[in-house]
Design a protein around this ligand. Structure first.
Ligand code: ATR
Length: 273
């Protein structure tokens, strides 16, 4: 049977096996999908061993995405832009192809929620790996303006300069921001520590769409905060998780699984509904 897995550390709580098993059942593909948690300095060896032993493809998550970027034989254009790899496929020619489906997953989830991206004013919080992966797919939707803001301003400036050729992206400090924005995407890891990015509450209004790439069984700190300040449309990263997985599954199997039912089952599994 074709074998796939996700590499991460820690990875025990990953939902990827659950999601891909449901995709396989839905599309009647015969495959198995497992977990691998190599020590941080043993990822390269573990990856090679997996493919030497017949593995067909894998996902890569924290903290291995940047390392995976350096270990594959060739890169998709979107992985090159993202500077990170979250999906690897062994091609029929024996080549390890590195791809990145995170940004496509974000855009697919935003669209599935009916969020209009063309001509919109988007604010992206954070300038780490997650923000980098989101920029090209967001700019491909032709927003009117995309502002990147980050606690460490120089990192936002670097990102804006790097992606400037793809569309109207600028960097501003949190203090410089002037609304109204149509969409705020939180790519920071602040919610992980229960912290909030230092965003002025005045930037939140009733018609704004709020997206937090993080998720949990209950609202993230950022989503709770945005709701308190009047946001009515809030979304967490669970949909992005399922959509990036669907994109990876499509890369591997050449068949696109449906995501709605799988997202519902995942929410039930997490106790969200
Ligand atoms: P990821 O790969 O998830 O993007 P990362 O590359 O470590 O992780 O980036 C984390 C991002 O969250 C950074 O933009 C970080 O800001 P700094 O560049 O200033 O470190 C941001 N971040 C983390 N905690 C934050 C907080 N409490 N408030 C605001 N931004 C925060």
């Amino acid at each position: 049977m074709d074998r796939y897995l996700v590499f991460g550390h820690p990875v025990r709580h990953s939902k990827s096996p659950f999601i891909h098993t449901l995709f396989a059942r839905q599309t009647q593909q015969e495959l198995e999908y497992g977990l691998a948690e190599p020590a941080v300095d043993e990822f390269a060896h573990a990856l090679r061993t997996f493919f030497d032993q017949g593995g067909k493809g894998c996902n890569v998550t924290v903290p291995f995405k940047e390392q995976a970027f350096t270990l594959v034989d060739c890169l998709s254009p979107r992985a090159k832009r993202a500077g990170a790899v979250n999906t690897i496929k062994l091609t029929d020619d024996g080549v390890l192809l590195g791809d990145n489906t995170d940004g496509a997953g974000l855009v697919a989830d935003l669209k599935s929620h009916g969020v209009m991206l063309a001509d919109s004013r988007i604010l992206l919080l954070g300038a780490g790996g997650a923000a980098r992966g989101a920029l090209a797919p967001l700019l491909a939707e032709l927003p009117g303006e995309l502002v990147v803001t980050n606690r460490t301003h120089t990192k936002a400036q670097q990102l804006a300069a790097e992606f400037h050729d793809l569309g109207p992206v600028t960097a501003q400090t949190y203090e410089q921001l002037v609304g109204p924005f149509d969409l705020v995407i939180n790519s920071t890891s602040a919610s992980l520590q229960g912290e909030l990015p230092p965003l002025a509450p005045a930037l939140i209004h009733t018609d704004i769409a709020i997206y937090d790439m993080m998720y949990g069984a209950s609202d993230t700190a950022f989503i709770s905060w945005a709701k308190q300040h009047g946001a009515r449309q809030t979304m967490d990263g669970l949909g992005m998780l399922v959509e990036q997985a669907a994109e990876a599954f499509t890369v591997w199997r050449g068949i696109r699984p449906g995501t709605k039912q799988v997202l519902r089952e995942l929410k039930r599994n997490l106790g969200v509904i």
